[in-house]
Design a protein around this ligand. Structure first.
Ligand SMILES: C[S@@+](CC[C@H](N)C(=O)[O-])C[C@H]1O[C@@H](n2cnc3c(N)ncnc32)[C@H](O)[C@@H]1O
Length: 216
C-alpha cells in the first residue's frame, strides 16, 4: 500500500467519500466516487474529457491501488457503467482517451450517441501509443495526432471553449487543471481519494483552492 500513497497530498487535503469539495470562485465540484454507482452531485456540462481505465486488468489495478476489493469480472459491464454515466451527463462533446484493446467497442458506443466520431493516435508517458476519440454532432478541425496526453486535455478545452468540463476519472487532475486554465467550471469524481487529493494539491499550487463544501 505504501507505494500507492501518491505522496502526502491527502494528509494536506483529506477528502473523504460522501464529501463534496468545491472551488467557490468557479463553483467547481469534486468528490470521491465510484463511477459504477450513482454520482454524488448533478452534472450539467457541455463537455466530457476523460481517461478511464482501458482494460479489465487496468480497472482492477486501480481498485487495488484505491485499497478496495470490488474487482470487476467483465470490462464490458464497466463500459456499460462509463457510457451510462456519459448518457446521463449528456455533453455536446465527449473526448475519451483509450487503449488499443477495446478501441472499437468504445467507438461503437460513442457512435450510438453522436453523429460525428473522430480518432487520433496520441501518446502517453511521451512514447506509448494510445488513442483519443471525440464524439459530437459536428467535426472539429483540430489535429491531436502525436500529442502527449499531458497536453491533449488542454488543447481540447482550448479549442472547444466549453463553460464547463466533466471528468469522472479525475485521477491526479490533468483535466481539472486544464479546465481551470481556460476558465471553465469543473465537475470531477474519482475512485481513489489519495489520487484526488493530488489533484487538489496541484490546483492549490496553481492558485485554485478547493475546500470541503458545507452544503451537501
Ligand atoms: C488513467 S487514470 C486517469 C488519469 C488522469 N487523467 C490524471 O490526470 O491523473 C484512470 C483513473 O480512473 C480512476 N478509476 C478507476 N476506476 C474507477 C471507478 N470505478 N470510478 C471512478 N474512477 C475510477 C483511477 O483511480 C484513475 O485515477
Amino acid at each position: 500500500m505504501a507505494n500507492w500513497k501518491y505522496g502526502d497530498s491527502w494528509e494536506k487535503y483529506p477528502i473523504e467519500e460522501d464529501e463534496i469539495w468545491q472551488d467557490p470562485m468557479s463553483q467547481s465540484n469534486i468528490a470521491v466516487a465510484d463511477l459504477r454507482n450513482q454520482l454524488p452531485f448533478e452534472i450539467k456540462t457541455e463537455m466530457v474529457y476523460m481517461d478511464s481505465p482501458w482494460s479489465k486488468g487496468n480497472v482492477n489495478s486501480f481498485i487495488t491501488k484505491a485499497g478496495m476489493s470490488s474487482y470487476i469480472d467483465s470490462f464490458e459491464c464497466f463500459m456499460d457503467c462509463i457510457f451510462g454515466q456519459i448518457k446521463k451527463i449528456d455533453p455536446s462533446v465527449c473526448y475519451l482517451e483509450i487503449g488499443k484493446q477495446h478501441k472499437e467497442d468504445f467507438i461503437v458506443r460513442l457512435a450510438s450517441m453522436y453523429s460525428c466520431i473522430e480518432e487520433w493516435e496520441i501518446r502517453y508517458y511521451k512514447k506509448n501509443p494510445c488513442y483519443l476519440i471525440r464524439g459530437a454532432d459536428f467535426i472539429t478541425d483540430t489535429d491531436f495526432t502525436g500529442l502527449d496526453d499531458e497536453v491533449t486535455p488542454l488543447k481540447a478545452i482550448q479549442v472547444e471553449k466549453p463553460a464547463s468540463v466533466t471528468d469522472i476519472c479525475t485521477g491526479r487532475g490533468l483535466t481539472l487543471l486544464a479546465a481551470h486554465k481556460f476558465g471553465a467550471r469543473f465537475y470531477g469524481t474519482e475512485l481513489n481519494k489519495r489520487r484526488l487529493a493530488v489533484a487538489i494539491d496541484r490546483a492549490a499550487k496553481a492558485g485554485i483552492y478547493y475546500e470541503k463544501c458545507s452544503i451537501q
